[in-house]
Design a protein around this ligand. Sequence first.
Ligand code: PLP
Length: 402
Amino acid sequence: MTDLGTVPKHFLSDKVEHFTESVIREMTRQAALHGAINLAQGFPDFPAPPEVKRAAVEAIGGELNQYAITWGAPNLRHAIARQMKAWQGITVNPETEITVCCGSTEAMIATLLAICNREDEVVIFEPFYENYGPDSILSGAKPVFVRLHPPEAQDGDWTFDERELRTAFHNRTKAIVLNTPNNPTGKVFTRDELELIRDLCVEFNVLAITDEIYEHITYDATEHISIASLAGMAERTVTINGLSKTYSVTGWRVGWAVAPPAITNAIRKVHDFLTVGAPAPLQEAGAGALGLPAGYYQSLASVYAERRNRIMPALEEAGFRCYRPRGAYYVMTDIGAFGFADDVACTKYLVEEVGVAAVPGSSFYNHPREGAQQVRFAFCKRPETLDRAAERLAKLRDLRKR
Ligand code: PLP
């Protein structure tokens, strides 16, 4: 631990006392420190599509180097609207319903800041992408967690209890945060589940904020459904997405929030004063990327399906019990076979002794003990990276409890 010294407590916001730095990003730093293969943070180690990179270079050469319109370059907003129509049948007005942000990360926090008052409650499925915890704290909202239960069978789905979800909704509930396809579980919410959530949102007059950044990464013919496409939801949904995962450009920091005009207006105000705007030339390149032919998306999903099928047997061989993901590019595993004290001890051993970085399961739960027997691996890496990781992980076989 770095010694940070001390400052009088009143120099700091109370809010920052309630969360830590991202464990996922810390594991990337640990990977670099120990020369480990990084299966922790979700970013590709292979090149971005050449035509997308070329478009960015051209945009810079073409002098698109000044601020874009604060809520997003028109070309990109129009491309987003076209894509939402084509993929999900959702009609969006690019002039009044889209805010382009610095990644979907900013889109999420700008949305929560725009809609939440102190003590408003936000329902979040747990395990959850770790940003949602600090996002709720920073926006003053109170997170209410609803469990996703791991499947009994390896091929089963993560499920939630309908009664538990209903109990989480009441008159202080402002929104539910959804993430489908889901990080870290790989769950893709079914139409029945989304309809149930829709019914609760309508009954309790609640917004849905849906992070669909893995929209195009699904497996085994699993269909991704946007909750905004369900009857009664367009007027109460904020759909968040971005370039990072679909086009393998996580460093570009371009994402967006799509919402009805009055909510968009509020998101735009927050976004303007948070960041002014996302990088102008990269927005222009993004507009081109969104126009790639359907074949691009098919091959994205099938390449990741191969990678999933490559890493899962290696993890199983090593002793991890894998929960088969239906979407996104992570495998959540159970480490019960090894006898580590907890997930943190396991990932410490992995990064320092085995040479593979992964993420402790506890970082996806409100109470660390809930994830103490889980570890998440990212497989958005080249096949040779996954094979090298598999060789290293094979060393773990001897550690298994007899
Ligand atoms: N949302 C989810 C569910 C993620 O897994 C990630 C990155 O891992 C992000 C958002 C971050 O997206 P962006 O790069 O657009 O900020």
